[in-house]
Design a protein around this ligand. Structure first.
Ligand code: OAA
Ligand code: MG
Length: 577
């Protein structure tokens, strides 16, 4: 007979088998040990182990999560190769989710370059050797007509944000097809690690539509569909079906982040979906957020007003146009008209300066918007000579494009040249930090897309900045999902960019750092989330009702806490009442 508590409520049932007692419920103790959501490893207390029927299945020691984190660090540091460290992190995530996020939060500086750029790029290049279990949902073009059914196989019902790639342009590495799946996985991990979005709300998706690189596709170990990418019409029908299936399965509030999609597809999809769905493209808009924050700092450090800067882009793809367009918004806010604002921006693609009357190459409508009416210039060195840019932004995935001559010219024309070598991974960066400081004789402000250490040059230490979208998207995602934003207008990205700039201190500027240190990433994500939520409610874009009275509390309430919950505390408290 179930006992009655003092207040006469029915007590939860205890079961005794052969003198042992275990907790009745749908999830057995053994399942808790094997389930990343519930597992605490050695942090299960003796009492919990006994009640859950797992006593003896763990060594007798009971550790706090902090002690477990320090053990993880020891193990992590023992591993020499970054790729094996990446696998270690995947294993930890698959075994004990909270410990994974606690470890990442405690040792951000060590973990970020492994779970994210640049090691994630290496993981894509070595996909068959690290693939162990489903960390991503694969939907192939052969599932066309049944995309919804595949989505239904993902075990979580309440998905609020999806990061999706088609592997078309993985970082600066080009088309890797299905081997790009680690990219959305890495991004959603940062939604939780930095933005504190609950992990069960996040879904990484790889749309496998084939791969156009024969050396990837014909590798016997290739894991994706062994076919070429489809025609534009077939591709668009498939992605349309995916977006419709997302809405049918998870509702219109589900946010979709597009990541590392091939250039022309990325722009087309963004134009097609940006006001129809809750979505954004990180390589276009996310790059804009962070580069604009970096440029804002460069304005403060160089004491040259934004409107007096001349910005030359090496590369005219997603990042270049995303940054250029956000820069236009910022220039217009300073009072410039459209023509004046555009006149501060130059693009150079693989065929030379983007100009109307150049002989080679067709210009897409996106590039045309920044095309110059002037004689074509081919070489980057000549563009620098002609334009004398104050800021040079590398987004071309061409290693070494910022040659010694380019860097020396930048130093010749500027007291403090600003050099962004944003392409990822480092094997695709336009120059290294060493080269930048050496050839500008220590004069430059340097930023790179992947992390790079401070540089010693002629007895002085020079600091570098990682200008990467990781400063922006976790907060944008947290804010957008918290208030269920209907769509994300450009102003949302300006809000995010300003929030990041506001974190910079005079000390950062004195050290020529364009962005706050990585240790502030979580605080930045929280502020961005609050500011996005505020913007969304003010502009009638938030679908979650009623409007919150206290936005900070509203966001905090939705944040993931990586500390363990007592496995049986509530139950025991209930029992002892
Ligand atoms: O993933 C990163 O580090 C930044 C990014 O989106 C890209 O380079 O495509
Ligand atoms: Mg990307």
């Amino acid at each position: 007979m179930p006992k009655k508590s003092k207040r006469g409520k029915k007590k939860p049932e205890l079961n005794f088998i052969g003198g042992d007692m275990y907790v009745q419920g749908e999830i057995s103790g053994l399942m808790r040990l094997g389930d990343k959501f519930f597992n605490k490893d050695t942090a299960f207390t003796i009492e919990e182990r006994q009640l859950l029927g797992i006593h003896g299945l763990l060594p007798p020691v009971v550790r706090s999560i902090e002690e477990q984190v320090e053990l993880c660090l020891m193990q992590f540091l023992e591993i020499e190769s970054d790729l094996l460290k990446f696998s270690y992190m995947l294993d930890l995530l698959a075994r004990n989710e909270r410990l994974f996020y606690k470890f990442v939060a405690t040792h951000l500086d060590k973990c970020l370059p492994i779970i994210y750029t640049p090691t994630v790029g290496q993981a894509c290049l070595n996909a068959p050797t690290i693939y162990e279990q489903p960390v991503c949902l694969f939907i192939t073009i052969e599932d066309k007509g049944h995309v919804y059914d595949v989505l239904k196989n993902w075990p979580q019902q309440d998905v609020r944000v999806i990061c999706v790639t088609d592997g078309g342009r993985i970082l600066g590495l080009g088309d890797l097809g299905a081997h790009g799946y680690s990219i959305p996985k890495g991004k959603v991990t940062l939604y939780t690690a930095l933005g504190k979005v609950r992990p069960q709300y996040c879904l990484p998706v790889c749309l496998d539509v084939g791969c156009n690189k024969p050396q990837i596709r014909d590798d016997p170990l290739y894991m994706g569909l062994k076919r070429k990418r489809p025609s534009r019409t077939e591709y668009d029908e498939f992605v349309d079906e995916f977006m419709e299936a997302v809405v049918s399965r998870y509702g219109p509030n589900c946010l979709v982040q597009f990541e590392d999609i091939g250039n022309t597809d990325a722009f087309r999809l963004l134009t097609r979906y940006r006001f129809k769905y809750s979505m954004f493209n990180d390589d276009i808009q996310g790059a804009g957020v962070i580069a604009l924050a970096g440029i804002t700092s460069a304005v403060n450090i160089t004491n040259i007003k934004l409107e007096d800067h001349r910005v030359l882009f090496q590369g005219a793809g997603e990042a270049a146009l995303g940054i250029a367009n956000l820069l236009l918004v910022a220039l217009k806010t300073e009072g410039l008209n459209d023509n004046e604002a555009r006149s501060r921006i130059w693009l150079r693609d693989s065929k030379g300066l983007v100009a109307y009357n150049r002989p080679q190459g067709h210009l897409t409508e996106y590039k045309l918007a920044f095309a110059r009416r002037r004689l074509p210039i081919e070489k980057l060195e000549d563009c620098v000579r002609e334009i004398k840019p104050t800021i040079l932004i590398g987004v071309s995935a061409q290693y070494g494009a910022f040659t010694r001559e380019v860097l020396e010219l930048m130093a010749l024309y500027n007291k403090t040249p600003v050099i962004f070598a944003m392409s990822n991974p480092p094997s695709k960066a336009e120059c290294t930090a060493e080269a930048a400081f050496k050839y500008t004789r220590g004069k430059c402000i340097f930023a790179s897309g992947s992390p790079s250490s401070p540089i010693e040059h002629e007895g002085k230490t020079y600091y570098t900045t990682q200008v990467n979208s990781l400063y922006g998207f976790p907060g944008v995602v947290m804010g957008a999902t918290a208030c269920a934003i209907a769509h994300l207008p450009p102003a949302v990205f300006v809000v995010a960019s300003h929030t990041i700039s506001d974190f910079c201190t005079d000390e950062d500027y004195r050290q020529y750092r364009l962005l706050p240190p990585l240790s502030k990433l979580c605080a930045i994500a929280f502020e961005i989330a609050c500011n996005v939520v505020e913007y969304a409610y003010k502009n009638n874009l938030a679908r979650r009702k009623p409007d919150p009275t206290d936005i900070r509390a509203f966001v905090k309430h939705q944040m993931y806490d990586c500390n363990y919950e007592p496995a049986i505390k509530t139950w025991l408290e209930e029992y002892n009442k």
